[in-house]
Design a protein around this ligand. Sequence first.
Ligand SMILES: Cc1cc2nc3c(=O)[nH]c(=O)nc-3n(C[C@H](O)[C@H](O)[C@H](O)COP(=O)(O)O)c2cc1C
Length: 159
Amino acid sequence: MEPREFRNCLGAFPTGVTVITAIGPRGEPVGNTVSSFNSVSLDPPLILWSLGRHAFSLKAYLSTDLFAVNVLREGQEELSNRFAKALGDKWAGVDYVTGQNGCPMLCGALAVLECRTAHTYVGGDHVIFVGEVIHAEHDPEGRPLVFHRGKYAGITLQG
Ligand SMILES: Cc1cc2nc3c(=O)[nH]c(=O)nc-3n(C[C@H](O)[C@H](O)[C@H](O)COP(=O)(O)O)c2cc1C
């Protein structure tokens, strides 16, 4: 298979955009833009996401069993780009509050799921995190930020 075609096929599947957050081993906030978030199970409530094994933040997520999934809303492209950059001070000027599980919750997110890591698996060049959702909240009125073929998009509701 041609790698470019593989990537293009993956990009044909539109996703939402999340920022996964946690508190690192030195008490510092950690955040990464992630589109690999998905639902797994309703009972128990499980979700998953995956992080590249070369990400600088990987050690931080493996050093704690708590993380939060912040689902971005339309208009939050700047936040997505900020947390997609490797290293650097991703958090300067970012508004957040501390959630029930101690992880940063981004102000203005469309939904936040506070989780405890239930399983991790090596999946090729990524690590797959399966989390049990401990607490969740969302804005029923808001619309999501969408990522499709390498570009941001919005949604149009039908009906
Ligand atoms: C829209 C979007 C979605 C992304 N989704 C993922 C993902 O699911 N998994 C992943 O490992 N990297 C993903 N990335 C890239 C990471 O955000 C980026 O490599 C990472 O935050 C770098 O952080 P580091 O400081 O931990 O190295 C995505 C980037 C963008 C812009």
